[in-house]
Design a protein around this ligand. Structure first.
Ligand code: AMP
Length: 186
């Protein structure tokens, strides 16, 4: 199973990705998580990432594609994977197509978790209280939503054009949403 989870900030991608990883037994790659780890470790990548993340901006496509390309070379990625938070721009999607083509692989599905903005802002402000993520303050959240609509939402049309897009309603309990995702994948 080769999957992409699409959705704006706070759509529940991370929560669902953890369940899908377990259910399908595939590795889960979150580019946001990779960047947070680099940041915590104080690496050069982490220092650069911090500036973009705190402003709610996307990192340059070449940096992200470099990270993904390295991950795709790992042996456990051979039989399937789940990306969450990647791709986020059309050039990233095209870059992924190229990486997969070179490996003779293809995506199975792209699942878009759709949630409206009001719900997302409330969810993210709550998450900031629980997890203390630096980019979950109101100003950064609003920026991340703007960036999502400008740069990431066009991916839905891109993947619709490839016949891969499956959209689900992201409002409900964690289990309800998980059932919806499994249903569109089966
Ligand atoms: P996330 O955990 O997916 O919400 O990502 C947190 C932040 O990391 C984003 O707001 C971006 O600054 C950065 N980031 C994560 N994934 C990407 C990506 N695929 N392209 C560019 N920036 C990213």
């Amino acid at each position: 199973m080769r999957l992409i989870l699409l959705g704006g900030p706070g759509a529940g991608k991370g929560t669902q990705a953890a369940k899908l990883k377990e259910h399908y037994g595939i590795p889960h790659i979150s580019t946001g998580e990779v960047l947070r780890e680099a940041r915590a470790a104080g690496t050069e990548l982490g220092k650069k990432a911090a500036e973009y993340m705190d402003a709610g901006k996307l990192l340059p496509d070449n940096i992200i594609l470099g990270i993904v390309s390295d991950k795709m070379d790992m042996p456990d990625m051979k039989n399937g994977f789940l990306f969450d938070g990647f791709p986020r721009t059309i050039p990233q999607a095209k870059g992924l197509d190229k990486i997969l083509q070179e490996k003779g692989q293809a995506l199975d599905s792209v699942v878009s978790i759709d949630v409206n903005d009001g719900i997302v802002i409330d969810r993210l402000l709550k998450r900031s209280e629980i997890e203390g993520r630096a980019d979950d303050n109101r100003e950064t959240i609003e920026n991340r939503l703007k960036v999502y609509y400008e740069q990431t939402e066009p991916l839905k049309d891109y993947y619709k054009g490839c016949g891969l897009l499956k959209s689900i309603d992201g409002v409900g309990t964690v289990d309800e949403i998980f059932e919806r995702i499994k249903a569109v994948l089966s």
